[in-house]
Design a protein around this ligand. Structure first.
Ligand code: PHE
Length: 486
């Protein structure tokens, strides 16, 4: 018998569980900060409505209709498009290799919470004590064993979470979804009452219309939406393939899209108020009070935790446990999507052995991010994978559904399933808005990057980042060929 979700709530929670993750608490705040705070929010919201939700609906329909993982879902319409499914899974796999390293940092912070060891300058602590960071990406500085150990622990946790398959996923997420909202509430209350918080908040919330002219901000907004909604990763296709035959699609996509982005928005309030506080303390402007990289939130959250009136240590520990639980259901959604795709191709492999294999390969790739120069690589790969991997997959998905198949019957199926209809606006998004906006963003971004290297990294390092995406693409094409011969 095919595996199915117990009920609608289990599906929604699992999908929200996949969506809400470090993308909301870690990635969103630093990307928003990097691209100018108030300059980012508008493109972000536009991206949610013009691409995030339409593509979420698309992926739910695709999974539900075909009852397959990503490669076969595309392949069941057009055989030679299986590679797109594999590519989305390869991209997701690429993400999870560094995503779990950030979970490893969170583990380390969990232990440090008990003594608040980050002290009064959390940025220094993060760079010097936790990462022991080197001065450039080409100076790897050897493996940081503490990070590696917790990376392995993280993978063990992921492996056991999905030991019994999708049914347990539905249960684990009850805990991993509700707890974060409560904790966030406490952080926000303390955050916004800190001196200087208002300045941070106004940096975050005051729209900067001039910045809307900058396509870099736009491509990053779209990339962040895909990342955060787990769209373009094959995950939502796999999850919706487990939905019962009678299930709603459009409504679910809205619930998940809103719940997810609202969480990011709240995390932004906590983080930016703490940045305002840091600006107040140091006398620097909010815009350059900390480095705007992947380490940002490991400075911002500890700052608020320090300032809690009581129970700082316990609360700190609780917060980092929360980050871990949030990360874990996102990470296992990915393993689930990858293993579903692989099992559909090689029916004979035992699922657990496959999950083990995925975990081991991910740890091996993760070695680079666990090195002392790993932060730089994490930043570079995250950038390439989201702007060229995720955004490209989103673009191609829209082309595929909008032009290469019978879009009308696809949409009819979708609407027959749903309580609310996705009408013309959905069609226009898929046929016109998504392809045009993403194409412009991709082309402009490429030209721009050839001129100004991303974040001033050495060109060679950036070429490695790009080569990584190409490698994922080649692997995907090879995997889809293999499948055809079988
Ligand atoms: N949506 C997830 C998040 O925001 C991203 C993700 C999903 C990452 C699956 C890896 C695997 O955290």
């Amino acid at each position: 018998m095919k595996e199915k979700w117990d009920n609608r709530l289990a599906f929604i929670l699992a999908a929200i569980g996949s969506a809400i993750g470090l993308g909301n608490f870690w990635r969103f705040p630093y990307i928003a900060y990097r691209y100018g705070g108030g300059a980012f929010l508008i493109p972000y919201l536009v991206a949610l409505f013009t691409a995030g939700i339409p593509l979420l609906i698309l992926e739910f329909t695709l999974g539900h209709k075909t009852e397959h993982g990503a490669p076969l879902a595309f392949g069941s319409y057009r055989k030679n498009w299986k590679w797109l499914g594999w590519f989305s899974i390869a991209v997701a796999f690429g993400i999870v290799t560094y995503y779990t390293v950030i979970m490893s940092w969170s583990f380390i912070y969990f232990f440090h919470s008990f003594s608040l060891s980050w002290g009064s300058i959390p940025e220094l602590f993060f760079n010097k004590m936790v990462l022991e960071i080197t001065d450039s990406p080409f100076n790897l500085g050897g493996i940081n064993y503490i990070i590696l150990i917790f990376l392995i622990v993280t993978w063990i946790a992921i492996y056991y979470s999905i030991y019994h398959g999708v049914k347990t996923v539905g249960k684990v997420v009850y805990v991993t979804v509700i707890l974060p909202w409560l904790i966030l509430l406490v952080l926000i209350i303390r955050g916004i009452t800190l001196p200087g918080a208002l300045e941070g908040l106004s940096y975050y919330l005051t729209p900067n219309f001039a910045a809307l002219k900058d396509p870099t901000v736009w491509i990053n907004a779209y990339a962040q939406i895909f990342f955060t909604l787990s769209v373009g990763l094959g995950i939502m296709i796999a999850y919706s393939s487990y939905l019962p035959r009678k299930a709603d699609i459009v409504n679910n996509a809205f619930i998940i899209g809103f719940a997810n982005c609202f969480t990011s928005f709240l995390a932004g309030i906590a983080v930016f108020s703490s940045l305002g506080f840091l600006a107040y303390q140091t006398g620097k402007p909010v815009s350059d009070v900390v480095a705007s990289g992947p380490g940002l939130v490991f400075v911002a959250y500890p700052t608020i935790i320090n300032m809690l009136p009581f129970a700082n240590k316990i609360f700190g520990a609780l917060f980092f446990v929360m980050l871990l639980t949030l990360g874990i259901d996102s990470a296992f959604s990915l393993v689930e999507a990858a293993s579903k795709a692989a099992l559909e191709q090689w029916k004979k492999i035992p699922r657990r052995a496959l999950n083990l294999l995925i975990s081991i390969i991910a740890i091996i790739v993760g070695l680079i991010f666990s090195s002392r120069g790993g932060l730089y690589w994490l930043d570079i790969i995250d950038h390439y994978i989201s702007t060229y991997g995720l955004v490209v997959v989103g673009f191609l998905e829209a082309i595929f559904i909008g032009y290469l198949i019978n879009t009308k019957s696809f949409q009819d199926y979708m609407n027959k399933q749903s309580e609310i209809m996705a009408g013309k606006w959905w069609l226009y998004s898929i046929k016109i808005v998504v392809p045009v906006v993403l194409l412009v963003a991709i082309v402009y971004n490429t030209i721009n990057e050839l001129r100004t290297p991303y974040e001033g990294y050495p060109k060679l390092a950036l070429n490695f980042g790009f080569a990584f995406i190409l490698l994922l693409l080649i692997i995907s094409i090879l995997l889809s060929r293999k499948q055809r011969r079988l």
